[in-house]
Design a binder for this molecule. Structure first.
Ligand code: PXG
Length: 290
């Protein structure tokens, strides 16, 4: 049995879930998306994801034709329909069908679809031994050109970085911004730990305002760590006690090597481990029931 996909007001089978070749999401990457997760029958930070989706849409002047409450309902119903307790949910809103020109005014109706599927994670061993990361030559999109805070369907910047990382034999790619400061990885935010301090680049450095990032900041503050958003260089990363990445799919994953330099002990650090444990407590206890 395949999945049931929500597509423009209906549930259709995986086979029937088709989009027009004239959809500007496909023709131009003109649209926005979200990736959410459910844990044990509860959606983690549902409204935060929905708010970010609407902020992304506002930034590209895309009016989503359903309210935030209706969107929440659509997401929950899609998860229910697929009888999933632990899942990864992709929400996509495109500019819709138009002609071959760029002009979004020619697209009268945005396309909305929601896929609720199984979650694919990094293999378990990497949560202990950590990932190897390389800095890629591709720079993060200029904030003034395509703001990385917008979770748009145009992910080529990230994809090019991922290709470079893979070519270099690394698990993830680190993107710097145009000034050479650390921005984020291809699909995760980045943190370092130094003694009792936790540092992460500010959003203005070219990072997505990650929901997991936000949860980690909250957890770290509760743990009594000094949390600071600060411009970081590669030097800061190389000399950190610990380094980890955060994202909905990856959760909290340690980084053990950056550009050939071993970080801290070379495997998961004690603070990273504690933050990870607390994060799991959070995902187990909070969330919107399906
Ligand atoms: N930075 C970028 C560029 C992202 O796309 C994150 C950080 C982490 O944000 P959250 O809110 O998830 O903590 C993301 C989100 C994947 C995949 O398949 C991951 C994202 C987007 C698309 C695909 O791993 N991550």
């Amino acid at each position: 049995m395949g999945l049931w996909i929500y597509l423009d007001g209906k549930f259709v089978s995986e086979k029937q879930a088709k989009i027009s070749v004239f959809d500007h999401g496909l023709l131009y990457g003109d649209g926005v998306f979200e990736g959410l997760r459910t844990y044990n029958g509860k959606v983690f930070r549902l409204m935060e994801h929905i708010k970010r989706l609407y902020k992304s849409a506002k930034a590209i002047m895309l009016e989503i034709p359903v309210s935030m409450e209706e969107m929440a309902d659509i997401i929950i119903k899609t998860i229910r329909k697929n009888k999933l307790k632990d899942s990864y949910v992709r929400v996509v809103v495109t500019r819709g069908v138009g002609d071959l020109g760029l002009d979004p005014k020619k697209c009268p109706k945005p396309t909305i679809f929601v896929i609720a599927s199984k979650i694919k994670l990094y293999p378990e061993e990497f949560y202990k031994k950590g990932l190897s990361v390389v800095t890629v030559a591709t720079r993060r999109n200029l904030t003034e050109s395509l703001n990385p805070a917008i979770k748009s369907l145009n992910y080529l910047n990230n994809i090019l970085a991922k290709i470079e990382a893979t070519n270099a034999g690394a698990m993830e790619g680190l993107l710097l911004n145009n000034e050479g400061y650390v921005a984020e990885c291809t699909g995760e935010n980045i943190f370092i730990v130094n003694e009792n301090n936790l540092y992460t680049p500010p959003i203005s450095a070219g990072a997505l305002d990650g929901i997991t990032r936000d949860a980690v900041i909250q957890i770290a503050k509760e743990m009594g760590l000094n949390v600071r958003e600060k411009l970081l260089t590669r030097y800061d990363l190389y000399n950190a006690d610990e380094c980890f990445l955060t994202g909905t799919a990856a959760e909290i994953i340690p980084v053990s090597v950056i550009d050939g330099r071993t970080i801290g002990s070379g495997s998961i650090g004690t603070t990273t481990k504690k933050i990870r444990e607390r994060f799991h407590q959070l995902t187990e206890t909070e969330g919107t029931p399906i």
